[in-house]
Each structure stands twice: as structure tokens, then as C-alpha cells.
Design a protein around this ligand. Structure first.
Ligand code: ADP
Length: 724
């Protein structure tokens, strides 16, 4: 619209009252500065015939005026002017300072007008400035421009004042509305898009709001939620906790946070940490607001950590027990038992490949009486029946089978008979070869957890290790046994010819085959001595080999020690070498009979006495028997050469001989004391030695007094070993 036509309209202006009323009405509905400017300027043009008009707002820092709207010919180019409040535009500075409209008729010719403004506003001659004030605070300015140097009447000045007041008010209101709107938007944004579920419900638990996150996670839309009660979105086991929290909170006693599982529309569980508070209106509680944080991820990590801890613990326990197995049956029994326990299964068994390779046989099970296990052991599965399983084991490591997926009708029937739902098969490897399978059975209702696979994998590795271990132990034991047997039989074979040699020697020495010259006698003596030493060695080796092969079972019988000593004294006669040595026998009065194996006890005492005689040239040997604690103490004391403290610690080891310290030292084998210790331990007793070099030695044997011939712990172990 041209300036001339606007002027023409001015003559048909509505009365001032009506004009102001309409302006106030329009401004009150203006949501922003631009609309306010629209209304202001159309009125200003109508009423005052302004050619140009601009609305400026004070920037937040209060330093500048920023143009937000401009009207008039070419106004678009004027738009977005910035004016420094302190200096740039004299009438504006003046208007703010005087807090009233300023009319500058000949603004263009003002010598102070800057070149910038002169150039930009070259059409404008007169300028009227209306300060927009909120109280005394500058909000903005309305600037009207005239192409003529027009005067303002007092009435027009008053009108300007009113326009300014209305505009300032409207701008302030728009500003506040805007601020409120943005803050509301910001709150809404926070509420809707929070990572947490935010909801409110009334005191009875009926939902009154739910944010977008809540809708998304729970799967209900807002309308559906408004028809629900909070208890309907709780997992059943948390219902009572939910009710309790609601009740307690009402009396101000609930814990501010609690952990529950929420239930989504599709039945999904969402573990959450809830932080709830009461909502009040005018001091009266009207409902609750809850913030529920989805802790699925955290719970999952916690659960995973717990799982890996239990996996490690289970494997450590299994490893410890398995690695302490030294023979195959024990290792396999333990493997089955431990696997069933660690994998929380009903039962487990191990099948091994038969050496002939035509099939597999169950060799151990976690459960069952000896007969049941034996019965199962007769069950042999042909190779072809298990071919598919073994192919899968070779490919994948661990195989799970469910009853449904079974193809073989025989195996399927077996599953059904025992109510088996799932079986986990763990390969047992020797190197890369699968030699068997450990099968772990789950009944219906027993669940196979994902971490069970990890345990199973660990078991597979442990089992291979243990099987290899046990195999080498068994091989070692077998080799050792073979060696002992060989030694035993060689010794045995040697004894007969040796005895013949010794016998003929004696006959020769006794001149049974004619007289001998002194030279021949000396040679014969040396032969005799060497042959006897060799016989000693052979005898000791035989004793040891019998002992180690557990050939001689212990024969328990009551032995009276006084009688035993009398017989022993007779036995020892031939061994006496030095006439200056006396043997004393002491048994304490009223000693109970000792339940023992007299042959083995004699072996013990003979060895000790033989040593005492061997290492004592002159003096005494005292043999005693007395009670000590729950057993009997037998001791052999001599006044011989003694043993140095260094040697004392090793004399019970096999083939240990003390370096000779005295010319008395005779040849020995170094097995006597070792045999003594072995025998004493068979009886469950102990042997010890004390000695002073040059003064003599004392050997003490303590044996438990038995009432019944119960096998000792060692014996039980030995028996088990000899069976295996
Ligand atoms: P050996 O056949 O050599 O006697 P033993 O095992 O019986 O084998 O004894 C080991 C060593 O202990 C003997 O060689 C000897 O040096 C020492 N010894 C054993 N008994 C006595 C003792 N009563 N007095 C001194 N030394 C002894």
C-alpha cells in the first residue's frame, strides 16, 4: 500500500477510544514481537500517517537495540539494523534518558547524524521515537519516520505515549509467554525422552501419566495406560512389595528406592530401580510420581560376573578333585559325580571306546548301587549307533540333544523311560582322538543354563588332562611293578645257586673233600664272605620286593612279647660276631599281648638287632618293651660306633649307608632300615633313631595296641591300590 493511499484512509479513522480498545485487544492476542509490530504499525500509519516504522528490542545484555520489524517503502533493506544504545542514534538515547517520546522534525539535517544513517535513511526527514519501558527498564523502541519535516501535536504525543505503553506491555507479555512455553517444552522434552520410565498414579495406584520412554518400554500407549493400575505392570512376585511400598509411603515410611521387575504388555520383564515420591496438591497427598530406571544391562553384567565366578569356582573344585585321582576307575567315577553336581543335572555317565573299537561301554556313572552300575556296564552300544553323535562331537566340542530331536528309537525309549528331557554330551579326548563321552542328563523341569556350556567346556578340557595324567601314572605304576617283579624273580633265581655255592664252600672249608693248604683256606674264606654278602643283598631285595608288591598279606595274631623275645634271642645267636658284646632283654611286667603279624615283627627286630651287633665291637645291647600311650614301644639300644647327626636323617632311605668312620664298618646293603620303616608303617606305627657318635644308638619302634585286627588306613589304601 502506497503512502498516499494510507494517508487518505486516515480521514476515516475510528474514534480514538475505539481505536485504543482495538489496539489493546489485538496486542493481547499477539504471541510474538513480530505480530505486535504488525498491529502497532498499522495503527501508527492510520493514526499518524508515518511513512516508515521500525520496532527495536533491547538485546539481553542491554547494550544494543536490535531491529525486529520494519515497514514502509524499501523497509526490507532497513531491517535488522543494530543501534548502539549509548551513542549511535541521538533521539533514541534522548528518549530513553527522558523516558518520553522524542520528536525530531529535521533529523536528517542534524549535524550529529552519522554518515552511516544519512546514507541508509536518505528519504527520511523527521523521526519520532517512542521508548518502550517496563517501569524504568528499557524493553525496546518504536521509531516512526516521515519523509516530510512534520510537527507533532500534543494530542499526537499523548497517543504516542499510549502506544508505547501498550507495546511495552504486550512485548513483555509475549516474552513471558515465550519463556514459559520454552521452559514447558524443555520440561516436556525431559519428561518424554528421559532414559527412565516416568509415571504418575493416584493414591489407589491408577495411572495418571506415563512418558514416551515408558510407553516404548512397557508397550502400552497412553490411553491404555490410563486404564491400568500400577500393580498390573508389576511382576507377580513383586505385587506384595508394591502394595507395601504404597502403604508405607502414605505414612511417610517407605524407602525412597526399591528394585522390582516391571511387566511389559507382551509379558517381557523389565528389571528397574524405582525412585518414587508422593505428589501433593495444597498440602494434601494426591498420588505418586515414580522414576523407574531400566537396569536390564546392569543386571545382565552382574549376572554374567556372578556366572563366570561360579564357572571358575566349579571348575577349580572339579580340577582339584580330578587331578588327585591316580587310577582310571576313580577318575571316571569322580568325573561323573562332579559333572552332575556342577551342571546341576540328574545323572551322568561316561562311555569309553572298547579297545577292540567295535563299540562303546558305560564305564562309570554318577549314581546307582554297585549292582546297578555293573548292570549298566554290561550295556554295550555298537559304534554305528553313536556314529552321528561322535561326528558332531568332533566338529563342535559339546552337543546337546533333546528327546524330541532324537532319531534312534532305542535311545529315545531310554530317554522317555527315565523322563529325560535333555542330554549334554562332553567329548573325552586323548590328544585329538575322542575316546569317549561324558553324558549329563537333565530331567523334565531341570534347566540347562547357558553358563553350563562353559562349565562343560572346562570339564572337557580338565577331563582330557586328567585322563592323560592317569594314563601316565598307570603306565609308570605298571613299569614299576614289572621292574619289581623282575627284581624279585631274579633275586629268587639267584638264591638257590648262591646257597649251593655257600654250602659247597662250607664243605670244602670243613675238609670234607680233603685237606687244604693255608692259601686255599684263605681263598675259600674270601669266597665264602663274598657269597654271604651277595646272599644278604638278594634276601633284602626279595623282602623289599615282596613288601612293595603287597605279596604277603598281614596275618594278625596276638603275640606275647616275652615269648617273642625269647625266640628272637635264639634267632640272633648265629649273628653274634664279637664275644665282648652282651644282649639284655627287658619286658615291662604285665604287658598286654600285641595283636600283630609275628613274622613281620620279627623282621623288624632282627634288622635292628643285626645292625646293633654289626656296629658294636664291645659293650651292651639292650632290647626293651614297654607301654607308651595307646601302644607299645620296642627299643634297641647299643653302645656301638653311633651315627653322626648328618647321617641320622637319611638312614631310613633305601640304599643309604653311612660313610665308614670306624674300621668296624662291615659291608651292608642299605635296605635294612628302609624295610623296617615300611613294615612299621604297615602296622600303623612309627620308627625313630637317636644316636651319639662314638657312644651308641637307640632305635625305637612304636606300635599301636590293637584290640581287633582292623585294617589300618594305610592298609585300606594299600588294598585298594593292589586291587586296581
Ligand atoms: P645296612 O645294610 O647298611 O646296615 P641299614 O639300612 O640297616 O643298611 O642301615 C643303614 C646305615 O645306617 C648303615 O649302613 C649304618 O651306617 C647305619 N646304622 C644302622 N644301624 C646302626 C647302628 N646300630 N649303629 C651305627 N650305625 C648304624
Amino acid at each position: 500500500m502506497g503512502i498516499a493511499s494510507q494517508r487518505a484512509n486516515a480521514s476515516q479513522q475510528p474514534p480514538e477510544q475505539d481505536f485504543l480498545y482495538r489496539l489493546a485487544h489485538d496486542l493481547a492476542r499477539s504471541p510474538d514481537a513480530k505480530t505486535i509490530a504488525d498491529h502497532l504499525f498499522s495503527r501508527a500509519q492510520q493514526l499518524l500517517g508515518a511513512d516508515y516504522s521500525s520496532l527495536f528490542l533491547v538485546n539481553p545484555a542491554g547494550t544494543e537495540l536490535e531491529e525486529v520489524a520494519a515497514y514502509g517503502e524499501g523497509a526490507e533493506s532497513l531491517n535488522q539494523e543494530r543501534i548502539d544504545l549509548q551513542q549511535d542514534f541521538a533521539p533514541i538515547v534522548q528518549a530513553f534518558r527522558q523516558q518520553r517520546p522524542i520528536v525530531e522534525r529535521d533529523w536528517f539535517n542534524d549535524p550529529q547524524l552519522s554518515a552511516r544513517f544519512r546514507k541508509r535513511y536518505e528519504l527520511i526527514r523527521g523521526v519520532w521515537v517512542v521508548p518502550l519501558l517496563n517501569g524504568t527498564r528499557a524493553v525496546g523502541a518504536m521509531v516512526l519516520g516521515f519523509v516530510t519535516r512534520r510537527k507533532a501535536s500534543a494530542e499526537e504525543i499523548r497517543l504516542l505515549q499510549i502506544l508505547g505503553d501498550e507495546a511495552a506491555l504486550a512485548l513483555e507479555r509475549a516474552h513471558l509467554t515465550e519463556a514459559l512455553r520454552t521452559s514447558e517444552e524443555r520440561y516436556r522434552d525431559l519428561f518424554e525422552n528421559a532414559n527412565d520410565i516416568i509415571y504418575t498414579h493416584d493414591l489407589l495406584g491408577n495411572f495418571t501419566s506415563l512418558n514416551a520412554t515408558g510407553e516404548r518400554l512397557l508397550g502400552y500407549n497412553r490411553t491404555e495406560v490410563l486404564a491400568l493400575n500400577i500393580l498390573q505392570v508389576l511382576a507377580p512376585e513383586y505385587l506384595s512389595l508394591g502394595r507395601e511400598v504404597l502403604d508405607k509411603q502414605l505414612v511417610g515410611r517407605a524407602s525412597p528406592t526399591y528394585a522390582i521387575d516391571m511387566l511389559a504388555k507382551d509379558g517381557r520383564r523389565i528389571p528397574v530401580d524405582v525412585n518414587a515420591r508422593l505428589l501433593y496438591r495444597q498440602g494434601v497427598p494426591i498420588g505418586y510420581q515414580g522414576i523407574a530406571r531400566d537396569v536390564t544391562e546392569r543386571r545382565r553384567t552382574e549376572a554374567q560376573q556372578q556366572e563366570s565366578a561360579s564357572v571358575s569356582a566349579a571348575l577349580a573344585e572339579i580340577g582339584q578333585e580330578l587331578l588327585a585321582s591316580f587310577d582310571m576307575p576313580t577318575a571316571l567315577d569322580r568325573l561323573c559325580r562332579l559333572a552332575a553336581k556342577a551342571l546341576n543335572a540328574a545323572y551322568s555317565h561316561t562311555m569309553l571306546r572298547e579297545s577292540a573299537e567295535e563299540g562303546y561301554r558305560i564305564v562309570a556313572a554318577s549314581e546307582g548301587t554297585a549292582e546297578q552300575i555293573e548292570e549298566r556296564q554290561t550295556l554295550k552300544l555298537p559304534r554305528r549307533r553313536l556314529a552321528r553323535l561322535f561326528t558332531r562331537l568332533a566338529q563342535g566340542g559339546i552337543v546337546t540333544q533333546t528327546t524330541k530331536a532324537l532319531r534312534d528309537p532305542v535311545i529315545q525309549r531310554m530317554f522317555q523311560r527315565f523322563h529325560i528331557a535333555t542330554v549334554l554330551h562332553i567329548p573325552l579326548r586323548r590328544g585329538s582322538d575322542i575316546i569317549g563321552v561324558l553324558s549329563v542328563w537333565y530331567r523334565q523341569g531341570q534347566s540347562l543354563q547357558p553358563y553350563h556350556r562353559q562349565i562343560a567346556l572346562g570339564i572337557a578340557q580338565l577331563a582330557s588332562l586328567v585322563l592323560a595324567n592317569v594314563k601316565s601314572i598307570e603306565e609308570l605304576a605298571r613299569a614299576n611293578r614289572l621292574k619289581q617283579e623282575f627284581l624279585g624273580s631274579v633275586s629268587h633265581e639267584l638264591r638257590t645257586p648262591l646257597n649251593i655255592i655257600i654250602g659247597y664252600n662250607e664243605l670244602l672249608s670243613e675238609h670234607s673233600f680233603g685237606p687244604l693248604n693255608p692259601e686255599q683256606t684263605r681263598v675259600l674264606d674270601r669266597m665264602s664272605k663274598s657269597a654271604k654278602e651277595l646272599l644278604d643283598l638278594v634276601n633284602a631285595t626279595l623282602d623289599l620286593s615282596r613288601l612293595q608288591n603287597r605279596r604277603d598279606a598281614t596275618v594278625w595274631q596276638p603275640v606275647s612279647l616275652s615269648t617273642f623275645f625269647e625266640e628272637l634271642a635264639v634267632d640272633m645267636q648265629p649273628l653274634r660276631q664279637h664275644p665282648n658284646v652282651k644282649i639284655f632283654w627287658h619286658t615291662a611286667a604285665a604287658l598286654p599281648a600285641l595283636l600283630t603279624d609275628p613274622i613281620k615283627l620279627r623282621m623288624i627286630m632282627k634288622n635292628l638287632l643285626a645292625n646293633a651287633l654289626k656296629f658294636t665291637e664291645a659293650g651292651n645291647i639292650t632290647v626293651r618293651a614297654k607301654r607308651e600311650g595307646s601302644g607299645l614301644l620296642l627299643s634297641v639300644r647299643d653302645t656301638g660306633i653311633g651315627i653322626s647327626p648328618d647321617s641320622l636323617s637319611s638312614i631310613f632311605e633305601p640304599f643309604q649307608q653311612v660313610p665308614p668312620t670306624s674300621p668296624l664298618k662291615t659291608k651292608g646293603v642299605g635296605l635294612g632300615l628302609y624295610i623296617v620303616r615300611q613294615l612299621v608303617e604297615t602296622f600303623g606305627g612309627t620308627v625313630s633313631a637317636s644316636s651319639t657318635l662314638g657312644k651308641g644308638s637307640t632305635f625305637q619302634v612304636w606300635l599301636p595296641l590293637r584290640k581287633e585286627p582292623l585294617p589300618s588306613a594305610t592298609e585300606t589304601a594299600l588294598r585298594a591300590e593292589s586291587r586296581s
